[in-house]
Write a protein that binds this ligand. Structure first.
Ligand SMILES: C[S@@+](CC[C@H](N)C(=O)[O-])C[C@H]1O[C@@H](n2cnc3c(N)ncnc32)[C@H](O)[C@@H]1O
Length: 319
């Protein structure tokens, strides 16, 4: 079983506007909800390439889509989506893609299974790697990085205003005994912060988010996806990205704005007459933003699936 409710499923498929015999990529296949919807939208002549770097998701997808894999309508790729360009070149589909879907972040099984180490509510080893076969886990970061490095990570990727208190508490506590499990870290963070607000959020939410983003290099992955994903679309092809927190949404919004409206002319140049080359460089519009505002889940979807509440879908079409 892979218990994950797909977010903005119909909205994603509609916004990609795929031709029936087209080629689509699902960058974050997870439990396969968007993958299945893309296969349905494409019809028998279409083809989907589905990425997931989590071996557990990959195993599930291999079983769920055995038939589509056998007919080669679906190809599974165990790569991080930052390798989208290399994979597209390998399969000779670069420049031929009609739609790219990305549903950024963690799946429900990753969050809900204590042993994956993402949850501050369930005890487990401090792992947090999506790809459990490579890279340093969260325990390494928590026990080996110095106080300044920890504070910077927690501030930059968690936007935690009390990052310095949290980092100091972590360093003090680990000197007694290494911090190796999620609940101990959650308790250390909660004791360090002493929030007096009535927020229902667990005080360790931002610190756990920061560690997860850092361990999985999520922002670097997203940057590469925006750049290389857009490059391998065919003219008229679209990329739709669902994000779940402000850091990611801010990045996608700015990136799509630059593609769709050109770069902002810096203040010191804006009053001087610009040369033709300067105008061309700043007004180099490469895409059309499909909707000026992000799509968000309906009230019904939000009440059925509270995890969908912060989701935002932005889509851009290549000119
Ligand atoms: C929110 S879930 C996607 C759920 C999926 N859309 C569905 O309907 O079941 C995100 C998935 O993307 C994967 N993932 C996240 N970042 C990735 C990356 N950079 N490269 C490849 N897979 C990634 C995670 O392992 C996870 O399974």
């Amino acid at each position: 079983m892979f218990d994950h409710i797909t977010v903005l499923k119909n909205e994603m498929v509609q916004s990609l506007n795929l031709p029936v015999d087209g080629i689509a990529i699902d960058c974050t296949a997870g439990g396969g909800g968007h993958t299945a919807a893309l296969l349905d939208a494409l019809g028998p002549g279409g083809k989907v390439f589905a990425f997931d770097r989590d071996p557990m998701a990959f195993q599930f997808l291999s079983e769920r889509f055995a038939k589509d894999l056998a007919t080669k309508r679906l190809v599974l790729c165990p790569n991080p989506f930052s390798e989208i360009q290399e994979v597209a070149e390998k399969y000779e589909i670069a420049g031929k893609i009609d739609g790219i879907c990305a549903d950024i972040g963690v799946s429900s099984p990753q969050l809900d299974l204590g042993e994956r180490g993402f949850s501050f509510n369930k005890d487990g080893p401090l792992d947090m790697r999506m790809d459990t076969s490579s890279g340093d886990n969260a325990a390494h970061v928590i026990n080996e990085y110095n106080e300044q490095e920890l504070a910077d990570i927690i501030y930059k990727f968690g936007e935690e205003p009390k990052s310095r208190f949290v980092a100091r508490a972590i360093v003090q506590e680990r000197s007694k005994e290494p911090i190796t499990n999620t609940l101990r870290l959650a308790e250390i963070v909660a004791n360090a912060i002493h929030y007096k607000t009535k927020s229902k959020k667990h005080p360790a939410t931002k610190t756990f988010q920061a560690l997860r983003i850092y361990v999985n290099q999520e922002l670097e992955e997203l940057e590469t996806l925006c750049r290389d994903g857009f490059d391998i679309l065919k003219p008229g092809g679209r990329i739709g990205i669902i994000t779940f927190h402000s850091l990611e949404d801010k990045f996608v919004k700015q990136y799509f704005n630059t593609l769709g409206k050109g770069k902002k002319i810096p203040a010191h140049l804006s009053r001087a007459p610009l040369t033709e080359d300067q105008v061309a460089a700043y007004k180099d519009v490469k895409g059309k933003i499909v909707k000026p505002f992000p799509l968000i889940p309906s009230e019904e979807e939000q009440s059925e699936n509270p995890r969908s509440r912060s989701a935002k879908l932005r889509t851009i079409e290549k000119l």
